[in-house]
Ligand binder design. Structure first.
Ligand SMILES: Cc1cc2nc3c(=O)[nH]c(=O)nc-3n(C[C@H](O)[C@H](O)[C@H](O)COP(=O)(O)O)c2cc1C
Length: 484
């Protein structure tokens, strides 16, 4: 089915999502690729070749593993699959998804998950000494990685011990041994703040890591939400139905009842192992190797023939970078409006900037200072705050997704000495290749590539045929122009 507007309910789980994506022609099956560098490199090649139109890849028959144990790369990485994931109409392009997201957020209300007694995730449970995560085809993704990463498209699920809410974040998880995985959480991330709370109390930090799940939850886990809003509730609101969760055996943490693989364990204060390096979304191995807390695994829950979901960060485009641009653009648009900003005509986060480092907001200027307010909000709202670099404000005649137009506006409406502001000591982290090792902040350039408000009336007119003239001439000379 290429038109899914007729589905009368959201997909139930990853498997139903995959069926729907496959019938829309959005899935490529590859048989026989090895977990050792082949799946990662294939994800790189397919996404570089097809870019925002790349299919999801289902790796089957992975050598050395049972035939039904699969890996899925790029589940959400196209406009169509994103719209399918979130239940939006079939889009013509990414801005349709961005707008649909922003429009939905106008009436979005969180829906908490529903605790159920059992679910497919309990089909298999490995306890204590039975645990061996190498029974899954954990990929070794990039040549200089420090190990195999079981968690790249994962959900790290934790309970805040002080404020009693459930956070879900996507943080990389490296396999150290059959029953230990390392977690790398950047300073300031909510999961890291929660872990610190346990450690300050001298307690181990309980954690679940889902390694295959409904892609809706990955979109929530991999993007910044306001502190205190659970990703379950937020995505339940998008779904229009609560997520079904079951409680884990050891710590009673809620895990998606239909997840594919979930690890349960604890991290201990003062216990670390060497983690990394890992190929990262900026396109470098910047985080390097460092001592990080690790999870002592107590349980592994998994479905029969589990599907391990993976993301392959690298020099963009990657198998998740496009989907991140769309989500982040919608989220920034929503957040700046919630903060009171009017006149927003579009937001786009460019893939070359890893969906974080080159963000553009287009506004219809209504008052002096409007553009500055837009730039500062886009650079510092929760979705735009981490590891940003450039925020460009353009007028509403500029399409923020079109780099040619954005650069033209920068070259013609921005006088650098007047129209570029630098904000210092902003939130970054060890993955930032440009800042000195051991530091966690960078700076932001706010580039006002819009006509200065006080010059708008006198600004030189744009030298381009009006749409009416263009249409008339094009129609008159259609026989010649159509052959071009
Ligand atoms: C594929 C992917 C991998 C990510 N890996 C990490 C990571 O290893 N460590 C990290 O701190 N953030 C990582 N992030 C970013 C976080 O998932 C993101 O900042 C999220 O908002 C974190 O959750 P939190 O806001 O609840 O802390 C990743 C995001 C994606 C999409």
């Amino acid at each position: 089915m290429t038109n899914w507007n007729d589905y009368d309910r959201p997909h139930h789980d990853l498997r139903e999502f995959l069926e729907r994506a496959e019938s829309a022609g959005e899935v490529l099956r590859i048989s026989g690729a090895d977990w050792n560098l082949e799946v990662g490199t294939l994800a790189e090649i397919v996404n570089a070749k097809r870019q925002s139109d790349a299919p999801a890849i289902l790796f089957e028959n992975i050598p050395g593993y049972p035939a039904g144990y699969c890996l899925l790369s790029g589940g959400t990485n196209s406009s169509k699959r994103l719209a399918l994931t979130l239940g939006f109409p079939v889009p013509k392009g990414p801005m349709d998804v961005v707008r649909a997201y922003r429009d939905r957020m106008l009436r979005h209300a969180p829906i908490p998950p529903r605790i159920v007694k059992t679910g497919p995730i309990f089909e298999n449970v490995d306890r204590d000494d039975e645990v061996d995560i190498y029974k899954f085809p954990i990929p070794f993704l990039h040549e200089q990685d420090g190990g195999r990463y079981i968690g790249t498209d994962d959900l790290v699920i934790m309970r805040d011990p002080e404020e009693d809410w459930i956070n879900i974040g996507t943080y990389r998880a490296m396999a150290h041994s059959k029953n230990r995985v390392g977690l790398w959480m950047s300073p300031g991330k909510q999961g890291r703040q929660i872990r610190e709370k346990y450690f300050k109390q001298g307690k181990p930090c309980p954690v679940l890591i889902s390694c295959g799940h409904d892609p809706m939850l990955f979109l929530a886990g991999g993007n910044e939400l306001r502190f205190g809003l659970s990703e379950y509730d937020y995505m339940g609101g998008h779904r229009g139905l609560p997520f079904d969760v079951v409680l884990s055996e050891v710590h009673g943490l809620p895990m998606p009842a239909s997840s594919e693989i979930v690890i349960e364990g604890e991290m201990y204060p003062n216990e670390t192992m060497a983690e990394g390096p890992f190929g990262e979304f900026t396109g470098y191995y910047a985080g390097g190797k460092s001592e990080q807390p690790f999870v002592r695994i107590q349980r592994v829950y998994y479905r029969n023939n589990p599907i391990l979901t993976m993301s392959t960060p690298l020099v963009p485009p990657s198998d998740f970078s496009f989907s991140k641009c769309v989500m982040k653009a919608g989220m920034i648009w929503d957040e700046v409006e919630r903060a009171g900003l009017g006149g927003v005509k579009g937001v786009w986060c460019h893939e070359a900037g890893g969906a974080r480092m080159f963000n553009v907001i287009s506004i219809k200027q209504a008052y002096a200072g409007h553009a500055k307010q837009a730039g500062m909000l886009a650079a510092s709202c929760q979705s735009g705050a981490y590891l940003g670099r450039f925020v460009v404000v353009v007028d509403d005649d500029i399409d923020p997704t079109d780099l040619f137009q954005v650069v033209w506006a920068m070259c013609t409406r921005c006088d650098p000495v007047e129209d570029i502001d630098i904000v210092r000591k902003t939130w970054s982290g060890p993955l930032d290749p440009r800042i000195p090792r051991g530091t966690s902040t960078n700076s932001r350039a706010l580039i006002f590539a819009c006509r200065p408000f006080e010059m708008i009336k006198d600004f030189p007119p744009v030298a381009r045929a009006t749409p009416e003239l263009r249409e008339r001439i094009a129609a008159k000379f259609a026989d010649i122009l159509d052959k071009l």
